[in-house]
Design a protein around this ligand. Structure first.
Ligand code: SF4
Ligand code: SF4
Length: 425
């Protein structure tokens, strides 16, 4: 690395000196280098290195903006890629730094042209083509309707959710039949925005906003946060938010109890990072789970599972390092199901728990609720070969974080990623 990275020595306003116009100055200047975000950051927990913390990365962005580091600097390349983009640094930041937006600008600058990872190029090239997106999951039978109500509400079909988990949109429509779900809708562009093509990502969100006028309801936390950033909060509702809101107003949610082996099922939630950190939606899925089963709060539910969009494909080893303590927690919690609210998390946890031959099954929230409404899930879904439980995770998780911190003085953990908030439920 060609420049010393020390967030504590970088004064706000450094970006203004010789701006290259890569970052909006008002975003970059906001960081006061206090370090409150460090305990919340999963990559800092792994590396114990300031460069891999939010504060360190903002210092790197400032060095890029002022020309202290050039575009090809290997540390810039590595750190823009190593960051999960989970935005756990945002809710704990006293200065209101919008790190997720900074990262999008950073990657757009870093990953232009030849520097973009080839796999990211392939994936973004697939979902930009509407005719290809329409074919994703065609034979697996995701939800679809012929109608487009002028003011919605419309159910958005996430690109990969169509193909990988078509039952999620079917369950959503069983629960809320008023949601129309046109099959020819395009991609929201979150994949582009998070993978170095911010402008195209925003343009795709605007186009989807025109295709689906009025309220857009999504079952994918990452898509919800991206659409919200472009179209505005009033246009977008994540499914649990929508369901809780409608059920409170018309009392229409009628679900039974989910039972396993004659007892009430034990169900944990894995938060979606963007949903929780970007949209402050975390209470609603917990309320819905508690309506049909015993909700078990995982100690690290708010921390990233390592899926992080394309991260698990681009950096599989790091992704599994982030995932491992979460799988320990899930197995130690003695739950029957772990529920997700984002297809990336679903894929990540299904893969991780399968590799361990765990008995714990992964369901999207819509699938859990639809099963409760229908009188339960087929028992075979719980009959997998048992495997001895791994060592219990200490109660003071997340992820043994204190053990990973380097010797830099840190402020008290202000509640990493709002980890204490579920207690208020
Ligand atoms: S908490 Fe916010 S202001 Fe403080 S170092 Fe982190 S990003 Fe900067
Ligand atoms: S987005 Fe996540 S991984 Fe990246 S700096 Fe923030 S907390 Fe760390």
């Amino acid at each position: 690395m060609s420049a010393e990275v020390s967030g504590a020595t970088d004064a706000p306003g450094a970006a203004g000196a010789a701006s290259r116009g890569i970052f909006p100055a008002e975003l970059l200047d906001r960081c006061i280098s206090c370090g409150f975000c460090l305990p919340a950051c999963p990559t800092y927990a792994l590396s114990k290195d300031e460069k891999s913390s939010p504060r360190g990365r903002i210092t790197l962005m400032r060095a890029l903006e002022t020309g202290v580091l050039d575009d090809d600097d290997p540390t810039l390349r590595e750190e823009s890629s190593f960051c999960l983009g989970c935005r756990a640094c945002e809710p704990v930041c006293p200065a209101g730094v919008q790190y997720g937006e900074l990262l999008e600008h950073w990657r757009s600058s870093q990953w232009q042209g030849r520097r973009r990872p080839p796999l990211a190029r392939v994936l973004t090239n697939v979902v930009v083509r509407n005719w290809l997106v329409r074919r994703l999951g065609t034979f697996r039978g995701h939800a679809r309707t012929a109608t487009v109500a002028p003011q919605g509400p419309h159910l958005m079909l996430g690109c990969f959710e169509r193909a990988l988990f078509p039952g999620v949109s079917r369950a959503a429509r069983r629960l809320r039949p008023e949601l129309d779900c046109p099959a020819d809708q395009g991609c929201c562009g979150a994949l582009h925005a998070h993978n170095g093509d911010l402008e195209l990502g925003r343009e795709m969100a605007r186009r989807l906003g025109e295709q689906l006028p009025g309220t857009i309801v999504t079952t994918a936390g990452g898509c919800a946060a991206h659409l919200t950033g472009v179209l505005g909060r009033d246009r977008v509702e994540e499914f649990s938010e929508y369901l809780v809101g409608r059920s409170a107003s018309d009392g229409s949610l009628s679900v039974g109890e989910l039972r396993v082996d004659g007892r009430r099922a034990r169900v944990a939630l894995q938060d979606s990072c963007h949903l929780r950190n970007g949209m402050d939606v975390w209470r609603q899925p917990r309320e819905l789970i508690a309506a049909v089963a015993d909700h078990v709060e995982l100690p690290g539910a708010a921390r990233c599972c390592g899926s992080a969009g394309t991260y698990s494909l681009l950096r599989p080893k790091d992704s599994r390092r982030v995932l491992a303590p979460k799988l320990d927690q899930i197995e130690a919690a003695g739950v029957d199901y772990v529920v997700v609210v984002n297809p990336g998390c679903q894929r990540q946890l299904v893969g991780g728990l399968r590799r361990r031959r765990s008995r714990v099954r992964v369901l999207h929230l819509t699938e859990l609720l639809a099963a409760a409404q229908d009188g339960g899930l087929p028992r075979r879904r719980l009959r997998l070969p048992a495997r001895p439980r791994r060592a219990q995770v200490p109660a003071d998780e997340p992820a043994g974080l204190a053990a990973h911190l380097n010797d830099r003085p840190l402020p008290d953990d202000p509640g990493a990623s709002g980890a204490g908030r579920p207690d208020a439920l």
